[in-house]
Design a protein around this ligand. Sequence first.
Ligand SMILES: Nc1ncnc2c1ncn2[C@@H]1O[C@H](COP(=O)(O)OP(=O)(O)O)[C@@H](O)[C@H]1O
Ligand SMILES: [Mg+2]
Length: 411
Amino acid sequence: MNFTSLPGLPLLRNFYIDNFKSLVDFSLPEDLGQLTCLIGLNGSGKSTLLQAFDFLGHLAIGRIDEWLRRREWQNSDLTSRFLKKQVIHFRLGFEFPQSGTVEWTGDFNVTQLRCTRETIRVGDKKDKVVLGLLRNESFATNARGESVEIPFSSLTFHGSVLSLLNTKGTHPAICDLKEFASHLRSLDMLSPHLMHKRAKDADDVGYGGERLSAYLHGLPKEEKVRLLTTLQGFYGQVQDWHTTTLQAGWKDLRLREAYPDAYGSSLVTMAHQLNDGMLRVLAILAQTGSGQPLSTSGKGQHYRCSLFDEIENGINPAIVEKLISHLLAAPQQIIITTHSPMILNYLPDEVACRAVVLCYRTREGKIRTRRFFELDEPKRKLQLLGPGEVFVDTDLAEAAAEAERQQGLQP
Ligand SMILES: Nc1ncnc2c1ncn2[C@@H]1O[C@H](COP(=O)(O)OP(=O)(O)O)[C@@H](O)[C@H]1O
Ligand SMILES: [Mg+2]
């Protein structure tokens, strides 16, 4: 499976953000593919980057206050401690099957918790503005190409202006962007401790997996069957899983496992007794899905981008290969971080060349990124070794120094 075998997949291609926590004037390498795998030393901004994605995803939904509360963050935690700026600037480039190249830019004010300037542009030259929140004027273009003004004074919203826009009848690029952005999900705190909990309602598994049971409960029947089959491919002993509604709407997750030799029958395990690795795999599989529409109104799970921090945590080496094949075949964009050479070793070379991105800090403390296998040393070693072996054989501080030298040589 490679990038080109997934035609028509909506993709986030370019990513720029300024003043989000430690990410100052920060961009990812251009032209991201279906899989991006971030590597780098501790403190090189990998988890922060995942949080930035999650933040942007929540802009499109609104309710930024609630998102901050869930993460136990204050408004001031959102910006860089080294700058005195109130505004987070972002610019994201997308490639959508129908609406083509789409760019979403905005200035998010951390005091007002909303974008005070925002545009959506389309076309290769990004010269056609189809949504604008500019100088206290706002408008959106409808499907016939006519501009409809929205009085700024009447706008009360959190996050992006997209959060209050009914996209029905608007330009296809606005619909595509809202659908994709509102499904950007980062599971950067996927923790067994949180996953063991019961949950109420959910349209995702939660950044810590805390809504896993409720999310599973709400899946359509066919999706539940498909998820069981996929899980059985990882853990042959799993016979079934089911969720039940408890008092006050809490959802409880149980798994039935077969150990015929030991018990003569099957064993029902409650979520809080399940092993951590299996819970994490279940959360990852549930989040990445099978590509079928979740609802008739939505565009389906391929209009999603899911992010997982330190994907290998708690997962048995025997499972890693299956997990990587699953992620590469997932009908959606995936961004992961890893410290594990094994994860990299299961990537085909041509995928690794494009997917593996080194995050590093410059001597001034700025966080920068570079495609790892575009660096001379790793590129040379990849001719002889697997991607994971090159990772083991490379001093990441030296790789960062090489990346900076190359950067300096660029015009
Ligand atoms: N608001 C902020 N301003 C500047 N730096 C920050 C802010 N919040 C966190 N940091 C720093 O950014 C770094 C983030 O590292 P992190 O994203 O956790 O790296 P990794 O996941 O690669 O180990 C940490 O060194 C942290 O101290
Ligand atoms: Mg981290």
